[in-house]
Design a protein around this ligand. Structure first.
Ligand code: ZN
Ligand code: ZN
Length: 128
């Protein structure tokens, strides 16, 4: 995973914030824009946690799929609005953004031999 410590922990925290906001009703299904997808909250959280543990960070905040599906009422929502489509996330664009903005992420990408399908401009590569 290319995320630096700050961005790994940041995205993980975002998951818990997002679920908290859904639970409190501050964010409603069908009315949000952002980096997270409700259907993938639980699996993505699991990936982030696996990476955190592999790096020796602590994780004490379980987020179970059932919390998203049952407590938050996703299935009931989908029944009420069957045409609802979750916003798409442009993963590659997000990664390019991290490359531009975060030296630590960029360093990890270089170390991991990361290759983008779309090459960077000469100008961007000069900043590596
Ligand atoms: Zn967690
Ligand atoms: Zn970073």
């Amino acid at each position: 995973m290319i995320l630096c410590r700050q961005h790994l922990l940041g995205e993980h925290y975002e998951h818990h914030m997002f679920v908290g906001s859904l639970r409190s009703g501050r964010i409603k299904f069908g009315h949000y824009a952002g980096m997270l997808r409700i259907r993938e909250l639980s699996s993505r959280h699991g990936e982030l946690v696996a990476e955190m543990l592999a790096r020796g960070y602590n994780h004490t905040t379980p987020l179970r799929h059932i919390d998203v599906i049952e407590v938050l009422g996703l299935e009931a929502y989908l029944e009420s609005d069957p045409d609802w489509v979750e916003p798409e996330i442009d993963v590659k664009e997000n990664e390019r953004e991290l490359w531009r903005r975060c030296v630590s992420c960029r360093t990890r990408m270089v170390e991991l031999g990361y290759r983008f399908p779309i090459p960077f401009t000469e100008e961007e590569l000069k900043n590596v």
